[in-house]
Write a protein that binds this ligand. Structure first.
Ligand SMILES: C[S@@+](CC[C@H](N)C(=O)[O-])C[C@H]1O[C@@H](n2cnc3c(N)ncnc32)[C@H](O)[C@@H]1O
Length: 205
């Protein structure tokens, strides 16, 4: 029994060390570990995102870091008819996976772009809203990503950032608000709590 306990303790310590290392050295969650993003997202549910993002038919919405599309297909339904969801990711496999799911479901109007959040190939003021969920902490230069998001949003456009405790790259609300203010977007409200939340910001009109 004792060796088993020691083995379990060593495994837990190794996991913790790996999580701490990954937090200090942020990088994109590899496609091979997509089971994390396919698991249910407690607290930061799709319906909660809808309540905070407030998408309406006809809008052009940007999703940074869709993973395998946990939120994408629903958001595409909410902006139909006439709207569009643009997904942007650094991993082609994530984009392909989401586009396959969209095709299977017959989701209209989803377009994919392979790019980094810190250098987006979009015009200024080109989106009504943007969101990213459990993504910000994976980006080594969070300030640059937030500046890009502010740039591509139209004046008055909404930005929603989602975070879930337990993610090694969890970003707390205080630091997020400071960074967002520096990037030129104003904090409006938070839905959820420290365990999981969506924070809504807006670009001054
Ligand atoms: C943990 S997954 C989250 C997926 C999805 N948002 C969800 O909640 O299920 C993070 C996603 O962000 C993407 N990502 C990480 N860094 C990025 C960057 N610098 N630019 C664009 N996408 C990035 C990853 O490739 C991955 O698809």
């Amino acid at each position: 029994m004792k060796p088993l306990r020691a083995l379990l303790a060593a495994a837990a310590l190794a996991l913790l060390a790996a999580a701490l290392w990954w937090r200090k050295n942020p990088s994109a969650c590899p496609y091979g570990q997509r089971f994390w993003v396919e698991a249910p997202h407690p607290i930061i549910t799709r319906e909660r995102l809808r309540g905070v993002l407030e998408p309406v038919p006809g809008e052009r919405v940007l999703e940074v870091g869709p993973g395998t599309g946990y939120y994408t297909l629903d958001v595409a339904d909410w902006v139909a008819p006439g709207g569009e969801v643009e997904i942007l990711d650094v991993q082609q496999e994530m984009l392909d996976h989401t586009m396959r799911r969209a095709a299977e479901r017959g989701s209209p109007a989803i377009a994919a772009t392979l790019a980094d959040a810190t250098a987006m190939p979009f015009e200024d003021d080109s989106f009504d809203a943007a969101y990213l969920v459990t993504v910000l902490g994976e980006i080594p230069d969070q300030d640059a990503a937030l500046r890009e998001l502010a740039r591509v949003l139209r004046p008055g456009g909404r930005l929603v950032v989602g975070e879930l405790m337990g993610d090694p790259h969890y970003v707390g609300i205080k630091g997020m608000r400071l960074r967002a203010a520096g990037a030129g977007v104003e904090f409006e409200r938070r839905s959820g709590n420290a365990l999981g939340f969506f924070a809504r910001f807006s670009k001054p009109a």
